[in-house]
Design a protein around this ligand. Structure first.
Ligand SMILES: [Zn+2]
Length: 197
């Protein structure tokens, strides 16, 4: 449709989640009209994030060192682990400022239709953490949809025989949605009202 480099940019932008062909075109032309310094800053942020961000070796959250900010914070309660699907869910729970424990990021949820089973998630790493014996409660904060529920059920079956309390966030979260879309008050209530499973 357009000359080489512009079309190339539109194609690359179009591969991003939530950006369709029209959106890609709009962003591309916005960048063409923008201050070159602003565009350079964006470009270097993109390069920086791929070069510097990695995943915490303990919990799987995004990190700039071997361990993320939360795992390396000794003030965080090591006896409670909140299990979430993605790093963005850690950010969602942190926003409510109520949870002072640690996290474990699975990297997704069980989804047989897409061929994602327990072995494709960071469940083995979670079991290794629990086997150390420090953790007293595991909070299952996977998304309130079919895959999230299936994952929570699977984890509860695995973990309960270890004598660890397993809780699930209270209902009230929008069913079928993503944890990150819950507002802070709803998520805060769901946390307070978590129940044993
Ligand atoms: Zn971590």
């Amino acid at each position: 449709m357009y000359e080489g480099v512009i079309q190339h940019l539109i194609d690359e932008l179009g591969r991003l989640p939530g950006v369709g062909p029209k959106g890609a075109q709009r962003i591309a032309f916005h960048l063409l009209a923008a201050d070159p310094d602003d565009v350079r800053r964006l470009a270097s942020a993109l390069v920086e994030v791929t070069e510097r961000v990695r995943f915490c070796k303990i919990c799987g959250n995004v990190a700039e060192a071997e361990e993320c900010r939360i795992c390396s914070d000794t003030r965080r309660d090591p006896t409670v682990i909140c299990v979430v699907e993605e790093p963005k869910d850690v950010a969602a729970v942190e926003k409510i400022r109520e949870f002072r424990g640690r996290y474990h990021v699975l990297g997704g949820a069980i989804n047989p239709l897409e061929g994602i089973g327990p072995d494709n998630l960071r469940i083995r790493e979670l079991m290794a953490r629990l086997a150390a014996g420090t953790v007293k409660e595991l909070i299952l904060a996977t998304d309130p949809n079919t895959e999230g529920e299936a994952t929570a059920t699977y984890l509860a079956l695995m973990v309960k025989p270890m004598g660890i309390a397993v809780t699930r966030l209270a209902s009230g979260l929008p069913v079928g949605g993503d944890l990150e879309y819950a507002d802070e008050i709803t998520l805060g209530r769901a946390f307070e009202g978590r129940r044993a499973v």
